[in-house]
Write a protein that binds this ligand. Structure first.
Ligand SMILES: Cc1ncc(COP(=O)(O)O)c(C=O)c1O
Length: 491
């Protein structure tokens, strides 16, 4: 007989009942080959004596194993390891992983190389943070959203939303959003032009997957949103970088590229270029649309912070002037409400929306229909617009304050343009300094700033930081700039 007392270990401190621990232990012995098919098991009486357990515990363990098909009971003869189980060559005892250890590595190969830089430290784990330009979630109408969610979830007429629903997003939200985007952004669309996504990033990734094959050329800014870069690279596409100046992407450089080789996709954040915050000038917008129509490349317009503009009315998206069907437009509620509310949208001609919906279903059958319905209600009753008016006023004051503080406390070290919209200021350091050292020192002092490496994708060091101001109130902004100035002085 096997030395069951040393093989079947029981830990009474665990929540798992003892008989289940025993059953699991016996299964491991069967799987390891030490109890081959057909082996006669010791009687429950004998094993209970050997293990020092109550016999009834063994009776329950054997019954469990019989129910699971590991043991067979033969009347008047006892319990046997089921004969239909595969024969396994026994492992050396030492090679057997203890039951409580989960394997540290897979036993199979997989693609571990995802071209995304290490996730940045979680900015909001620090007492203060200059994030990438995220909203102040303390101002967001989370209470109203929670109430709407609860009310939709409880409504009898909403019960269907608890079943699987449309991968494209609920029809109600798509209709409300089509109206909203028509009214605020001049997009002449209907619900059929919209796929509700989990955020802009999903829209970017779906577009990349639908369009790009290895070797395809994608045009992006000299510095550009690094997660979008990664989504394009993941398809095997090659990134071609064009300069970005005070008026956005250099569209003449795009034209030159088009004359040299086929371009498949161009990614642009025209309202406020990420990370530099500059707005794409009107003539360049028109020139870009013409180029796209002529050379038949797609324009992926990421309008991640359209709702925030301070100096004038917002400039309408490229998509509002696109007659050729060149533009795929993505946006989300991450900046308008809160980043963890994973609701965004992709807008395009219906054929593309349908293909994107099918592709989305491969990884994410659908979104959260109840949440989508709740958001539709907040749009419909004007809550989101009211909140945005309030948030824009607060963020404008914070932008002004950050710019004043940067002038007064870091004036000799930095240069920047006050952005006319968005939630961040792009700050260049001159003379150049070690941003990783500044970031490290600031973090020691309790302030998160990133180390600038995400903006250096084009291999031209930017020596700049994107300082998000929206999530810091006045007191926090003053303290954050004081700490940054100290970190700059000491680094
Ligand atoms: C330029 C840009 N695009 C897309 C995203 C992704 O946003 P989400 O997927 O939360 O909508 C972000 C997030 O910060 C961003 O800055």
């Amino acid at each position: 007989m096997l030395p069951f007392a040393s093989l079947l270990l029981v830990d009474r401190r665990l929540a798992t009942p003892v008989y289940q621990q025993l059953a699991a232990g016996i299964v491991r012995q069967i799987q390891s080959g030490r109890l081959p098919p057909g082996t006669r098991m010791p009687s429950t009486r004998r094993l209970s004596q050997e293990l020092g357990l109550h016999r009834q515990t063994l009776v329950m363990a054997y019954a469990e194993l019989q129910a699971q098909g590991w043991l067979e009971s033969i009347p008047r003869r006892g319990y046997f390891v089921a004969t239909h189980l595969p024969v396994v060559t026994p492992h050396a005892l030492a090679a057997i992983v203890p039951a409580h250890v989960y394997p540290a590595h897979t036993g199979f190969a997989f693609t571990a190389e995802i071209p995304l830089p290490q996730s940045p430290a979680q900015a909001h784990q620090f007492p203060l943070a200059f994030d990438d330009g995220f909203p102040d979630v303390r101002l967001a109408p989370v209470g109203l959203l929670a109430r709407a969610y609860r009310s939709v979830a409880r409504r009898a007429s909403s019960r269907r939303h608890l079943y699987y629903g449309p991968g494209q997003g609920t029809e109600h939200l798509r209709k409300v959003l089509a109206e909203e985007l028509r009214a605020t952004r001049g997009l002449r669309i209907t619900a059929d032009n919209i796929l509700i996504t989990r955020g802009s990033q999903m829209g970017i990734c779906l577009t990349a997957q639908l369009l790009l094959r290895p070797g395809d050329a994608v045009v992006v800014g000299q510095t550009s949103y690094y997660v979008a870069d990664a989504a394009f690279r993941a398809t095997g596409a090659q990134l071609l970088r064009v300069p970005v100046d005070a008026h956005g992407l250099d569209v003449n450089a795009v034209q030159t590229l088009c004359q040299q080789q086929p371009i498949r996709l161009l990614y642009v954040t025209p309202h406020h270029h990420h990370p530099t915050t500059v707005t794409l000038r009107a003539d360049r917008r028109l020139q870009l649309l013409q180029l796209a129509a002529t050379h038949r490349f797609a324009v992926l317009e990421d309008d991640y912070d359209y709702d925030f503009h301070y100096a004038s009315s917002p400039i309408l998206p490229l998509a509002s002037a696109d007659a050729a069907g060149s533009v795929v437009y993505v946006g989300s509620l991450s900046k308008s409400l809160a980043p963890s509310i994973r609701v965004g949208y992709l807008v395009a001609p219906p054929g593309f929306v349908q293909a994107a919906t099918r592709l989305r279903r491969l990884v994410d059958i659908q979104g959260d229909s109840i949440l989508e319905e709740a958001i539709a209600e907040l749009y419909r009753n004007g809550d989101i617009r009211r909140y945005l008016r309030k948030a824009v006023r607060a963020y404008e004051a914070r932008r002004d304050l950050l710019c004043e503080l940067l002038h007064s406390q870091l004036g000799g070290r930095v240069s920047f343009q006050k952005p006319n919209g968005g939630l961040a200021v792009w700050v260049r350091f001159a003379p150049p300094l070690s941003l990783p050292a500044v970031a490290a020192r600031a973090r020691q002092l309790g302030l998160y700033v990133n180390d600038g490496s995400f903006y250096d994708a084009g291999r031209a060091p930017q020596n700049a930081l994107r300082l998000g101001f929206a999530s810091l109130n006045e007191t926090e902004l003053r303290e954050a700039v004081r700490v940054l100035a100290q970190a700059v002085a000491e680094a």
